[in-house]
Design a protein around this ligand. Sequence first.
Ligand code: MN3
Length: 214
Amino acid sequence: MRNHLVQSLNNMNEHYPFQTEPLPYLYDYLEPCLNVETLHFHHDKHYAAYVENLNKTLRDYPQYQNMSLEQLIISVPHLPKIIQTPVLNNAGGVYNHQIYFDKMSHAAGQKPGPEIEAIFNRDFGSYENWKAIMTDAAMGVFGSGYAWLVWNRSSKRVSIQTTPNQNTPDLMKFIPLLLIDVWEHSYYLQYQNLRIDYIKCWFNIINWGKVRLH
Ligand code: MN3
């Protein structure tokens, strides 16, 4: 199963005890879209807390300590009831943040390459249409959650989804390609209530080189 699942950070196949992965860039690298303070809080406090809480949850369950994040997320319904919610929230929290941080880069006028642009043309009409739909999805997340660009394993098409809290798309059916975190902690220090400005800026810091079609 492993080879068919998304490989976003090098550590995606790691298992308990999970580590807080360092950012793949310096804290000021995403300026001005995401400032140093925002990244410090988001990475060092929020993401790190999910790692710590996931490890705490699995500490007394050696039978699950060799499972990857994706295996844990997929297995949630089969875990003992008492750890289902903590694993859903914290394995999801680690997984989602690792993809989020991994797929950003310094704004340099980046656009998707020809392969992704062709897929956007086919499945959304154009790159600009994709941006508009993705913006609406991210704006439409009520409360905390994410908007995702996903690859459908069976239809071989891309689509947009949203998930609440730290939920992920159904990893058996979809491969996450890209996501935007719209929890307030990801933007509030810098943008306050202006989620739309954060989303607009995020499009400029997507690391398209790390968005891989399958
Ligand atoms: Mn977050």
